[in-house]
Design a protein around this ligand. Structure first.
Ligand SMILES: Cc1cc2nc3c(=O)[nH]c(=O)nc-3n(C[C@H](O)[C@H](O)[C@H](O)COP(=O)(O)OP(=O)(O)OC[C@H]3O[C@@H](n4cnc5c(N)ncnc54)[C@H](O)[C@@H]3O)c2cc1C
Length: 109
């Protein structure tokens, strides 16, 4: 990279100790307003999950959630394609959708 003339822009060459790097990350890190997810996480209820492995809401009959909120954790990348995958999986599965009302929002529809 040196041969290409690349220079470090963040946190900068003058930031080199672990403490300085940690401080730089703490000052710069922010949550994403573009890729929010996981507020209805698919995981065991006792771990704080909201939907089960078939996106059924615990404790509510006939309600499934199909959007980015069911991701158990933030995906390492853009979110739309993962929403498509969840929607495809649920909508293409006859035994899941038969006779049920689905709450399908946004790009997942
Ligand atoms: C500026 C920006 C840029 C982005 N760029 C990319 C990108 O390049 N690539 C990528 O993969 N992802 C991108 N994303 C993220 C992607 O758009 C979202 O992750 C994705 O749309 C989430 O889908 P969703 O179905 O979970 O929610 P949403 O698409 O947000 O859908 C939620 C829907 O619910 C509706 N709604 C909300 N409340 C109610 C209510 N009470 N009653 C009825 N309807 C309601 C809303 O109107 C909306 O239509 C971007 C996001 C933003 C904001």
């Amino acid at each position: 990279m040196q041969a290409l003339g690349a220079v470090e822009t963040f946190p900068g060459a003058n930031v080199s100790s672990n403490a300085e790097i940690e401080a730089a990350v703490r000052n710069a890190a922010t949550s994403s307003w573009q890729h929010p997810s996981s507020s209805c996480a698919m995981m065991k209820k006792r771990w704080g999950g909201v939907v089960d492995a078939e996106v059924r809401v615990y404790g509510v009959k006939g309600l499934r959630v199909v959007d980015a909120s069911v991701f158990p954790m933030a995906v390492a990348g853009h979110t739309s394609s993962s929403v498509y995958a969840v929607a495809e999986k649920v909508s293409g599965c006859d035994d899941v959708v038969k006779g049920e009302n689905l709450l399908m929002c946004g790009v997942g529809c």
